[in-house]
Design a protein around this ligand. Structure first.
Ligand SMILES: Cc1ncc(COP(=O)(O)O)c(C=O)c1O
Length: 484
């Protein structure tokens, strides 16, 4: 008896262990309840309860009260129960139990997610964090509490609430040049679910998928875990090198045309056209990840690639992670017309549908203009931060870095001039030690890049702190990458 919980449960566990470890053999008679109760100095009811429990679970044969025997054939059960009986903490990791699990282990590691916050830093040029905005928090709290009161408690439609699909379709027409009906829109739990569903609908394991090099690691990993064969294609200042797409052509090409992730390049119009022609000629598909297309600072946002697609070959995906905040886990996928049912069924199979309350709140937030007001405010604040960051980098780092800037999004890339890989690593380590979070660009490449670079997110960096952070950055550069 181990002293944990009610006496009858302790006794049940102790007897089970004796049977599973072979100390009590199949067919062996258990002591009469009265006798065992006396020996253990517990009530007879305690022993009766334990025997009944063991009998209910199939460990004992016979009638409680007139003789109970260890059940035969415990061998198989022993393995199963034995696993459960061993405490999970510190237990040995089993080999992967499926091919899929094998790929999960090979391609994903929770402990090594690129760009993750460096703990204990004073300043962090963190990518992927939203801009904190008290006005959004209170507006969102109001919408949520209203939606919680009026949303039907039944299962949501798998495709998404009609009100949200209407709102998204309207928004895409107004802001992204994408003219679609609400019926073409599938509500998903972010880009992450969109790529997983797309892989399921379009790719057999082993099928080829082209990705940008460098690329967003989460999409890459989902494809790898799915069993896709990746074909990395370089990017330059005009985005994906469409002329370097492989032959034979892959089933799927994943791109970030509005703002290449992470380099920031915008896919030029001739390349957009060439890419559409390429997939059309080879019966392929495009996954357009329009993750931060709403933030452009020089002019109106560029229309999405999907707006040029006349043949229905683009799976267009947007997310509320940047436009609102990533904890929301909501996004949308514009389905190619001929594959609507497949995408909706794939979403159903995955989770029945996204949470109705959040969907209803978001639909109202978009309809009553709150969402686009929030976008305008956020764009203004991001533009200020970006300008301060660019000025500060020029002033404090000067020629030692080269900025890849595209007038869009929430991050930019600073390439380190003349830095060796070892110096790049030293810079990150020095910065972390001195309280500055810097993130290398290398983990976003499949092959190590020729140059050392930093991915600098500015949505989470208050305007007032940018200069102090850059001063620290310059000091770390002096220490880790001495000027020649
Ligand atoms: C390139 C890219 N796509 C998409 C996303 C958003 O993913 P999700 O919608 O799953 O939050 C991110 C977020 O950091 C991103 O960097």
């Amino acid at each position: 008896m181990d002293g944990h919980g009610p006496l009858h449960s302790q006794l049940t566990r102790a007897l089970k262990a004796a049977m599973l470890e072979g100390r009590m053999a199949a067919g062996e008679r258990l002591p009469p309840t009265r006798l065992l109760a006396r020996e253990l100095e517990v009530s007879r009811n305690t022993v009766l309860a334990a025997y009944e429990q063991l009998q209910a679970e199939g460990f004992l044969r016979g009638k409680v009260g007139s003789g109970s025997y260890v059940a035969p054939g415990l061998q198989a059960q022993r393995a199963v129960e034995g696993e459960r009986a061993v405490p999970p903490a510190g237990s040995r990791v089993l080999p992967p139990q499926s091919v899929h699990a094998g790929r999960l282990r090979r391609f994903h590691d929770h402990a090594r997610i690129p760009g993750r916050t460096v703990p204990g830093t004073r300043y962090a040029f963190q990518y992927g964090v939203p801009m904190t905005n008290p006005a959004l928090t209170s507006a969102w709290a109001r919408e949520l509490s209203r939606a919680a009161r009026y949303t039907a408690p039944s299962y949501p439609p798998s495709q998404g609430l009609p009100a949200l699909r209407e709102a998204v379709a309207g928004y895409l027409g107004r802001r992204r040049g994408v003219q679609v009906a609400a019926d073409d829109v599938l509500i998903v739990n972010g880009t992450q679910q969109a790529i997983a569903l797309t892989a399921r609908v379009l790719l057999d394991p082993g099928a080829a998928a082209a990705i940008e090099e460098p690329q967003y690691f989460a999409i890459r990993e989902v494809l790898q875990i799915h069993g896709a064969r990746l074909q990395p294609v370089p990017v330059d200042g005009e985005g994906l090198r469409v002329d370097m797409l492989p032959m034979p052509a892959p089933r799927l090409v994943c791109v970030t045309p509005s703002h290449q992730f992470p380099t920031g390049a915008v896919l030029s119009l001739p390349r957009r056209q060439a890419l559409l022609d390429y997939v059309h000629a080879h019966d392929g598909w495009i996954f357009e990840d329009d993750y931060d297309g709403e933030f452009r600072y020089d002019a109106r946002p560029l229309s999405a690639l999907r707006s040029l697609d006349r043949r229905g070959r683009v799976v267009y995906v947007g997310s509320f992670s940047k436009a609102m905040f990533p904890a929301l886990r909501l996004g949308y996928l514009v389905m190619p017309p001929g594959l609507r049912e497949d995408f909706i069924s794939a979403k159903w199979a995955e989770d029945f549908g996204s949470s109705s309350v959040e969907q209803a709140a978001l639909a109202r937030f978009i309809d009553d203009g709150g969402f686009e007001r929030h976008l305008r405010r956020t764009s203004k604040a991001l533009r200020e931060r970006r300008a301060a960051l660019l000025q500060g980098l020029a002033r404090r780092l000067g020629e030692r870095i080269e900025i890849a800037d595209s007038n869009a999004g929430m991050h930019l890339v600073a390439w380190l001039r003349d830095a060796t890989p070892a110096q790049g690593e030293r810079l990150i380590a020095t910065a972390a030690r001195r309280g500055l979070g810097l993130h290398p660009i290398a983990p976003f490449y499949l092959q190590p890049p020729a140059r050392q670079g930093l991915l600098m997110g500015y949505a989470g960096m208050p305007l007032a702190e940018i200069d102090a952070a850059l001063q620290l950055f310059a000091e770390c550069m002096d220490e880790a990458v001495p000027a020649r």
